[in-house]
Design a protein around this ligand. Structure first.
Ligand code: G16
Length: 544
């Protein structure tokens, strides 16, 4: 086996988005495309000699081929060892766990998250650093800069590794170890939650639950933890076997795509608790009987009940949410007298705060919640957190949420997505709105008057790094807020995301439909941003 240095040419579209580089599979299959990005990443790491690299993915189409390519390149770049999840599988939170546990210099996570998989669908790649978290912007920008100037990459000729058998192999001077994908992560969960209490909840035949793995990566993790370690009935985990195209479905845990689960939660004999996770296992949706729990509420509830969980009995240092996320958690943090940080969209912004010990819990409206046990959002962890709370409080999820609203008031929240919009027109719309910002205050739209408006500019409280233009914020005089930004995770056209939230303290008004409760804000957003004029759309494609 010898090292081969391959001449290549830069591609001009390899800037990582909100969470790594996501493109159609065919784009990644072009000669040198994946290799260029991987070499650009290794160049950003610098000296790879003797270091440990973790590699895994969500099992989607092209995952296995990509892992073989990365192994050869890692060996040719001098890594001491590459650790790979069996079958090339590691959920995103499990990859973070493994990087941290074995002191790797980082890891490569192959996923396009909740986007569909298959030969005509999406693929993705991102680099996580030694803390187990997504690389911060200065690193992703360095990787991008490297992709623009790359002229060669290093690889070697070697037979494919057997990715399915636990054990070791050698490529050049590099040890390649195939590890069990589940055990380290399951052990970590067992160290955080009260498994005895949860076991007795799950053995109560009146408590029926269901977890939808959506044919994606969490299947094996959920079967091991829920069915094997916690004794939930066999079949509790549905769609449990990961498949390369997610069973032809869309592995996005929301009310539309997890419809099979939703039916079980709303039928004649509904389950007591339901949950789903996404393609790579970092997102979660939780449901009570006939009751949807918004991710913004979920984050607030986890914080309010963290003292019930063994892993957080020592206290919570602080909490963070992404800027567009509803502000329910802010009220709980204020009541607990702990800091609450606001960050731009993207899990990478939480890492510094966690590493500095400023926050313990964090979350986003995009179905992500997590804590400092790893440096990724963690779908199954959130589900176990909820189960542990239910086991401790011995109350249905719906009652727990209603009690919370009664105590704190309710922050109504909804997000409207306009997908596949013409990218140039979407950018024009945002630019036009940005230009209006200085004159918006005092203007009236329907029954609402704008109090203030700005373009969110983040300064990281730990290292002072700055991120500009992270979303347009419009506050109304009645306490409402509209946020608009373009998604950084799509693979075709642009997706306009419009977020709405408003606080409602009146106990008589806590049970409304969010679309109705927020109707005046929705109308105002359309009027001030001229959404129809720019996108041609009157209604959003997806509402969460
Ligand atoms: C990623 C990021 C999240 C972000 C989400 C949506 O999640 O890690 O922080 O909230 O994308 O981002 P955008 O609004 O830019 O599309 P995931 O689950 O897709 O990896």
């Amino acid at each position: 086996m010898t090292i081969k240095v391959i001449a290549t040419q830069a591609f001009d579209n390899q800037r990582p988005g909100t969470s790594g580089l996501r493109k159609k599979v065919v784009e990644f299959q072009q000669p040198h495309y994946l290799e260029n990005f991987v070499q650009a990443t290794f160049n950003a790491i610098g000296d790879c000699n003797g270091k440990l690299l973790v590699v895994g993915g969500d099992g989607r189409y092209y995952n296995r081929q990509a892992v073989q390519i990365i192994v050869r390149m890692a060996a040719a770049n001098g890594f001491g060892k590459v650790m790979i999840g069996q079958g090339a599988i590691l959920s995103t939170p499990a990859a973070s766990c493994v990087i941290r546990k074995y002191n790797a210099c980082g890891g490569i996570v192959l996923s396009a998250s909740h986007n569909p998989g298959g030969p005509d669908e999406d693929f993705g790649i991102k680099f996580n650093g030694a803390n187990g978290g997504p690389a911060p912007e200065k690193v992703t920008e360095e990787i991008f800069a490297n992709t623009t100037s790359i002229t060669e990459y290093r690889t070697c000729e070697s037979a494919d590794i057997d990715l399915d058998a636990i054990g070791s192999a050698r490529v050049l001077d590099t040890d390649v170890e195939i590890i069990d994908s589940v055990t380290d992560y399951a052990d970590l969960m067992e160290s955080i939650f009260d498994f005895d209490k949860m076991r007795s909840l799950l053995s109560n035949r009146r408590f029926r639950m269901c977890f939808d793995a959506m044919h994606a990566v969490t299947g094996p993790y959920a079967v091991e933890i829920l069915e094997k370690r916690l004794g939930a009935a066999e079949g509790t985990v549905m769609n449990a076997v990961p498949s390369e195209d997610f069973g032809g479905g869309h592995p996005d845990p929301n009310l539309v795509h997890a419809h099979e689960l939703v039916e079980r939660m709303n039928g004649v004999e509904p389950m007591a608790f339901g949950a789903a996770s996404d393609g790579d296992g970092d997102r979660n949706m939780v449901l009570g009987s006939g009751f949807y729990i918004n991710p913004c509420d979920s984050l607030a509830l986890l914080l309010a009940n963290a003292h019930l969980i063994p892993g957080y009995k020592g206290g919570v240092n602080g909490v963070a949410r992404s800027m567009p996320t509803g502000r329910a958690v802010d009220r709980v943090a204020a009541a607990l007298d702990i800091p609450c940080y606001e960050t731009p969209t993207g899990w990478k912004f939480f890492g510094n705060l966690m590493d500095a010990g400023k926050i313990t819990l964090c979350g986003e409206e995009s179905f992500g919640t997590g804590s400092d046990h790893v440096r990724e959002k963690d779908g199954l962890w959130a589900v176990l957190f909820w189960l542990n709370i239910i086991a401790e409080r011995n109350q249905p999820a719906r009652t727990i949420v209603r009690d919370h609203w009664t105590q704190y008031g309710r922050d109504y929240f909804t997000r409207h997505d306009f997908e596949g919009v013409d990218a140039a027109r979407a950018a024009e719309m945002i630019d036009a709105l940005r230009a209006k910002l200085p004159s918006l205050a005092g203007q009236t739209f329907g029954e609402l008057t704008v109090e203030s408006a700005d373009d969110y500019h983040y300064v990281d409280p730990v290292d002072g790094s700055e991120s500009a233009k992270q979303g347009i914020r419009i506050y109304t005089q009645d306490g409402g807020r509209i946020v608009m930004r373009l998604s950084g995770t799509g693979t075709s056209g642009a997706t306009l995301r419009v977020y709405f939230d408003r606080y409602q303290p009146d106990p008589a008004l806590l049970g409304q439909d969010p679309q109705k409760a927020l109707a005046s804000l929705i109308e105002a957003a359309h009027a001030m941003a001229c959404i129809e004029q720019y996108t041609g759309r009157v209604r959003p494609d997806v509402i969460t």
